[in-house]
Unconditional design. Structure first.
Length: 286
């Protein structure tokens, strides 16, 4: 997306007001949910220890995702959540729990078991994960029932399909969209973001910022240029005003601190964005 267009969109987004919309240290409201979230989200499936996750929480990174019944429920994230809740800070944590079951009964069973495992009575968001097309009505109805009984406050969907999100936005069932976004996967800039009305915009959470680590590989960088860091990739995603939260993954405390550096460095300027886009051209998949 051209830098001028990014600035134009930033001015049009009603949530920005008069304050600097690109101060990554400040929390923002996630779509229409009213939930205040930090700009970096912490994914559970990478193995970071509880101490590193809690350090990120203390830096304002309060959007956590809690894997699936198959993968992603790492002990470090479990202990971090339990420690945060034990300190009486549950209201400051925004917990999104994933379901890849694509079956209403399995979704409910494993979702409720996940709540019991964590020792909490509700999640903030239930994300229906990996949806190449609109989830079946039975799955949606099951998610709505969980919401009606108070087990979850909001509903979300995760997908790689850029065709899906405008359709779901029109239906106004889901409150949060998890979208794939990085310099090599920019389809959402043209096929999703322009179709989201500011007054009804769902919360936008980006994932795969490093393209599964491939953007960081030195041999993929243009001749004479250094490869981007993971923090660069997170800054790139957050420099787009449509993105509320960018998910990060860390295997250890050092990686977590390096990731958190994106908060201090702030948004990319035109030159940095252009460089990232040039790198993305080597991987371009629209």
């Amino acid at each position: 997306m051209p830098y001028e267009t990014v600035v134009k969109y930033a001015k049009e987004m009603t949530r920005f007001g008069e304050e600097n919309p690109m101060d990554f240290h400040k929390k923002i409201v996630l779509g229409q949910t009213g939930l205040e979230v930090g700009r970096l989200g912490i994914a559970s499936g990478y193995g970071a220890p509880a101490e590193a996750i809690e350090e990120a929480f203390e830096r304002g990174c309060n959007y956590f995702t809690w894997g699936t019944f198959i993968k992603g429920r790492m002990p470090g994230m479990k202990r971090a959540i339990q420690n945060i809740v034990g300190k009486g800070l549950r209201q400051d944590l925004v917990l999104a729990m994933f379901s890849y079951a694509h079956n209403p009964f399995l979704t409910e069973f494993f979702f409720l078991r996940g709540l019991k495992t964590l020792g909490i009575d509700h999640a903030d968001i239930l994300i229906l994960g990996y949806c190449p097309q609109r989830p079946s009505q039975r799955v949606i109805d099951g998610a709505v029932r969980l919401k009606e009984r108070g087990a979850v406050r909001y509903l979300g969907v995760s997908s790689h399909s850029t065709k899906l999100f405008p359709l779901l936005a029109h239906e106004s069932i889901f409150d949060v969209f998890h979208v794939r976004y990085n310099p090599a996967h920019r389809g959402v800039e043209f096929k999703v973001f322009p179709y989201l009305a500011a007054e009804k915009k769902p919360g936008i959470v980006s994932f795969t910022a490093t393209r599964w680590g491939q953007l960081l590989r030195p041999e993929k960088a243009p001749a004479g240029e250094r490869p981007p860091t993971a923090a660069d990739c997170y800054r790139y995603a957050l420099s787009n005003p449509f993105v509320d939260v960018c998910m990060v993954g860390a295997k250890n405390a050092l990686q977590m601190r390096e990731n958190l550096g994106a908060l201090d460095e702030g948004p990319m300027d035109e030159g940095e964005l252009s460089r990232m886009n040039r790198l993305g051209e080597r991987f371009r998949e629209m």
